[in-house]
Design a protein around this ligand. Structure first.
Ligand SMILES: Cc1cc2nc3c(=O)[nH]c(=O)nc-3n(C[C@H](O)[C@H](O)[C@H](O)COP(=O)(O)OP(=O)(O)OC[C@H]3O[C@@H](n4cnc5c(N)ncnc54)[C@H](O)[C@@H]3O)c2cc1C
Length: 341
């Protein structure tokens, strides 16, 4: 069987690694960036224990990629109003290096975004793992995404703005500003805002306050509409979506590394059965639909604590039961404070 994996991000790299172990499959990757420019546009924060499991499946030791091991995340709600969240495994890691190690030895054509009809004539199965772009799947009738801007910067190690994770939440939970440490004075600083009002302003104000050396600027939108709103996953011919292309991003946090890797793992287990893959994705990411509904109610100003308290309680219970998955201690008091922003 000849498989084409289009887009070499977290999902694509995991698919290439796992398919290349199967003796009856010949897999080829296509990445539109040139090899020298290949980047992982992302703040690189994830949960250590979960990613360690998937790295191990690829024969890699996740500890080798950890850049900063978080202890505390300050969520600034407005000046003196903040919550300190105790971290339980949230880290920043070298995402690009892990991707490069996952694809080592696999066949990849860099600088290539091939046309679909050409792929169809050459491959039995085409996987769209192009993330936000979703170029090879039918257009979505409804989708929601948040524009983001991000910088990689360097501070003098004795002059850091923060020594751990820092977030500033925007009004109505429309997005947030982030400062994620990468070790040795490096950090990812960025922001995303649904209303497009705050993200550039906050980043610029931060740079005026804390001078730094600029290493790189990038950014792209992040899809927050969940898999239930990202159907069809397939064109009903040879193409199927995996990862952010079908909405595997936790909408509350804009966190897509682990969900997209889990989605890729579900696909590996079901690549010969699209209906089963679809069913398992919708089941696994079902809670994302509720979280997305909550975020949209907050953004549109229709969230009412009394009326919607049951939804908030379900999200709290889900996160409380999955503290190890999200790498942070979840407290009802914190959640109530954050949801009032
Ligand atoms: C600024 C920013 C910060 C983020 N920070 C975090 C974070 O800290 N933690 C977290 O968990 N999540 C974060 N996310 C979300 C996370 O990065 C994504 O959800 C996740 O990487 C999705 O993985 P993917 O493999 O599906 O897609 P991607 O990682 O987006 O990979 C898609 C790949 O496809 C390539 N491509 C696109 N179109 C084509 C084409 N036509 N042909 C060939 N190649 C193509 C792209 O160049 C890219 O390499 C962030 C997102 C953004 C935008």
């Amino acid at each position: 069987m000849k498989i084409a994996v289009i887009g070499v991000g977290v999902a694509g790299a995991y698919l290439l690694n796992q398919f290349s172990d199967k003796h009856d499959i010949h897999v080829t990757g296509f990445e539109r960036m040139q090899e020298k420019d290949h980047d992982a546009v992302c703040a690189w924060a994830t949960c250590k224990d979960v990613m360690a499991k998937y790295a191990k499946k690829c024969g890699l030791n996740f500890e080798d990629y950890v850049l900063h091991d978080g202890k505390n995340m300050r969520v600034d709600l407005n000046g003196d109003n903040y919550v300190d969240i105790k971290l339980k495994g949230m880290i920043c890691y070298d995402k690009l290096k892990l991707i490069k190690d996952m694809i080592r030895g696999t066949e990849i054509k860099f600088g290539k975004a091939p046309k679909k009809d050409i792929l169809e004539s050459q491959f039995d199965l085409i996987i769209d793992s192009t993330g936000f772009h979703r170029n090879y799947l039918p257009r979505l009738e409804y989708e929601m995404w948040i524009p983001c801007v991000q910088y990689k910067v360097k501070y003098e190690p004795n002059n850091l703005p923060f020594d751990d994770f820092y977030l500033k939440s925007f009004p109505s939970m429309s997005g947030y500003f982030w400062y994620f440490p990468l070790g040795n004075g490096y950090a990812h600083i960025g922001a995303g805002d649904f209303t497009r009002k705050n993200h550039n302003y906050f980043v610029e104000e931060f740079f005026k306050k804390y001078k730094c050396e600029f290493i790189k600027k990038n950014g792209r939108p992040v899809r927050i509409s969940p898999p239930s709103k990202s159907e069809p996953f397939t064109d009903n011919l040879k193409t199927i979506g995996v990862g952010e292309s079908i909405g595997t991003v936790y909408p509350l946090l804009g966190e897509g590394i682990i969900p997209s890797t889990i989605c890729a793992d579900l696909f590996i287990k079901n690549y010969d059965n699209f209906p089963s893959y679809r069913e398992q994705v919708l089941k696994y990411f079902n809670i994302y639909s509720l979280v997305f509904k909550f975020i949209m109610m907050k953004i549109t100003g229709t969230f009412k604590l009394f009326k919607n308290c049951y939804d908030l309680l379900r999200i709290y219970n889900y996160m409380k039961n999955n503290e190890d998955r999200y790498g942070m201690q979840i407290k009802m008091f914190d959640m109530m404070k954050v949801s009032r922003v």
